[in-house]
Design a protein around this ligand. Structure first.
Ligand SMILES: *[C@@H]1O[C@H](CO)[C@@H](O)[C@H](O)[C@H]1NC(C)=O
Length: 78
C-alpha cells in the first residue's frame, strides 16, 4: 500500500515537473488565465475555455475550462 502511494507521488512529481515547470504557489488571475489558456493550446481537441456572462463581485472575469471528448457539445449521461 505504501509502495503504491510512493510510486504515485513520484509519477505526479515527474509529471508536474515535466509539464511547463508548474510551480505550487498562489497564482493571480492573469497567471491562472495563462495556465488555462496554455492547457487549451496543448489539448485543443478535448478542452474549451470560456468566460461566464457575469463577472465576479470585484469585476473579475470568471473563466471556465471544459474537459470533454466533444468540447462545446452537451452530452447526456448514460
Ligand atoms: C485528441 O488528440 C489526441 C492527439 O492528437 C488524440 O490522441 C486523441 O485521441 C484525441 N481525442 C479526441 C477525443 O479526439
Amino acid at each position: 500500500m505504501m509502495m503504491v502511494n510512493v510510486s504515485l507521488l513520484i509519477f505526479l512529481i515527474v509529471f508536474i515537473v515535466h509539464s511547463q515547470q508548474f510551480v505550487f504557489k498562489h497564482h493571480n488571475n492573469e497567471e491562472l488565465y495563462e495556465i488555462l489558456y496554455h492547457t487549451t493550446e496543448d489539448c485543443p481537441n478535448i478542452t474549451r475555455l470560456y468566460t461566464l456572462s457575469e463577472k465576479s463581485l470585484l469585476g473579475v472575469p470568471l473563466y471556465v475550462i471544459e474537459f470533454s471528448s466533444k468540447p462545446g457539445h452537451h452530452q447526456l449521461r448514460k
